[in-house]
Design a protein around this ligand. Structure first.
Ligand code: SDX
Length: 427
């Protein structure tokens, strides 16, 4: 039972109100204002939800001041260094890391579900070649709801894990097919003999029937170092508390719509350049800046209040310190420097931006640090992945987070339809 309370007084009427303070196991306490409108006839006002806790959760914890991120209590540094993305998926869904047998069974379950219904593959033909893979990806996931409509009783909690496994397994296939459609080349079906991440890279790059892949100079196979780098990127993107796209997923969950419609809505929200679309914008911005000696001018533009130009990959609503995922990617960049030939002009421009921005009063005073998107693009570019596929890769990583948050919402018997109010200023 709450032991601590918070009193508020309306100085116009002299009336006082008392509200319970609810304590979490980590992080800030919350003021329980669920009866505030009934008590006072007023709404609270918090556009963008800068100070609003929308739910209780046990999935992911972020400490923005310390630059700390935990999935089910385990630090992201530990997961990124010592565990695979599939182990992280199992952890998020089942609240603990898998033992050897559990991991084998989970891996096999995901491999079996990677295939796409032939009917769904026909959907891609309806899209123009130059369709952005994010548009195709969102549409294909919406279509998935119609292929798996009667397969799912969304009121039956026993079916949630199967529904989750299915969408986690199929997302890389849909993303790879979206990419190959954008090139007008045949799809490469998932290969059940390959690991989750190697299978995705193969579906993206392989020539039909050959060992060589699209960008290969010779017949070399996809390198293990590439698989490990991408697997780490998936892990770092797996979940992130109540971010904008997860809030959309929970909002759609609250109306009782099909979970794959909720995920498709999350994909749409993630595409925005203020959110998951930033990784593609970071590279586009580095390409636009084009040389190290132009960096200072662009930093000045980013600081100009009358210019809506922003430094992509900088700043975060929660992290007012280094984004821990950015720190992990930064050291991964250093580790991969030789193996993946990171010594590029884009890398030099990125380094220069970091060097100037991290010592500039404007960024320091606003606690604007590089976020995950600032570093992802450099590594993905070195993995010869085109920037149009950066946000789809974010989607592949985040799918487990979205579906885990969806399940948590559905299992919370106190959850209600999301229906905020407003401050009306019309006639
Ligand atoms: C992701 O929420 C999550 O957890 C998201 C995410 C996840 O894993 O799900 O972490 C993934 O979305 C990372 C963020 C990727 N987006 C970008 O890199 C785009 C560039 N960043 C900004 O647009 C911005 O920093 C946001 C959207 C990320 C955060 O916006 P906020 O919290 O609403 O901050 P704000 O707009 O109120 O900015 C505060 C001040 C403002 O200046 P003043 O009005 O005080 O003078 O900082 C300035 C802003 O103008 N500012 C920037 C800036 N970001 C903020 N100025 C220049 N360049 C920037 N990038």
């Amino acid at each position: 039972m709450p032991t601590n309370t918070f009193s508020l007084t309306n100085n116009q009427t002299g009336e006082s109100y008392k509200y319970n303070i609810l304590e979490g196991t980590r992080g800030p306490s919350v003021l329980d204002i669920r009866t505030f409108f009934a008590d006072t006839g007023m709404f609270t006002y918090d556009p963008g939800f800068t100070a609003t806790a929308a739910c209780e959760s046990t999935i992911t914890f972020i400490d923005g001041k310390k630059g700390e991120l935990r999935y089910r209590g385990i630090a992201i540094e530990d997961l990124a260094k010592h565990h695979t993305y599939l182990e992280t998926c199992y952890l998020l869904l089942n609240k603990q890391l898998p033992n050897k047998e559990e991991l084998q069974n989970f891996d096999l379950e995901i491999r079996h579900r990677a295939y796409l219904h032939k009917g769904l593959q026909k959907l891609f033909d309806a899209f123009p070649d130059n369709a952005h893979p994010m548009a195709t990806l969102s549409a294909a996931v919406t279509a998935l709801a119609s292929f798996y409509n009667e397969h799912l009783d969304i009121e039956n909690e026993d079916e949630y894990l199967e529904m989750a496994h299915r969408i986690i397994a199929k997302m890389p296939t849909i993303a790879a097919f979206s990419y190959r459609h954008s090139l007008g080349i045949p799809f490469i079906e998932p290969n059940i003999d390959l690991s989750f991440t190697k299978n995705f890279l193969t579906m993206m790059r392989a020539y039909p029937g050959g060992k060589m892949h699209l960008y290969a100079n010779g017949h070399e196979e996809i390198k293990d170092v590439e698989v490990r780098a991408l697997d780490t990127i998936f892990t770092l993107h797996a979940d992130h508390e109540q971010n904008a796209s997860t809030t959309v997923v929970r909002g759609v969950a609250s109306t009782g719509a099909h979970p794959y419609m909720a995920i498709s809505s999350g994909i749409a929200a993630l595409w925005g350049r203020a959110h998951g679309g930033a990784n593609e914008s970071v590279i586009a911005q580095l390409e636009y800046i084009a040389s190290v000696d132009k960096v200072e001018a662009f930093i000045e533009k980013a600081k100009d209040p009358n210019d809506d130009f922003r430094l992509m990959g900088f700043g975060h609503r929660v992290y007012k310190n280094f984004d821990p995922r950015a720190s992990i990617l930064k050291s991964l960049q250093d580790e991969l420097h030789d193996a993946l030939n990171l010594d590029t002009e884009l890398m030099a421009i990125a380094r220069k931006i970091e060097e100037i921005a991290l010592n500039d009063e404007y960024f320091i005073s606003r606690k604007l640090y590089p976020n995950i998107d600032f570093y992802t693009g450099i590594i993905l570019t070195a993995l010869q992945i085109p920037k149009s596929m950066f946000t789809p890769i974010f989607v592949i990583g985040r799918t487990v987070g979205w579906i885990t948050q969806w399940i948590e919402f559905k299992k919370d018997k106190t959850s209600k339809i999301a229906r905020p109010r407003q401050l009306y200023r019309g006639k």
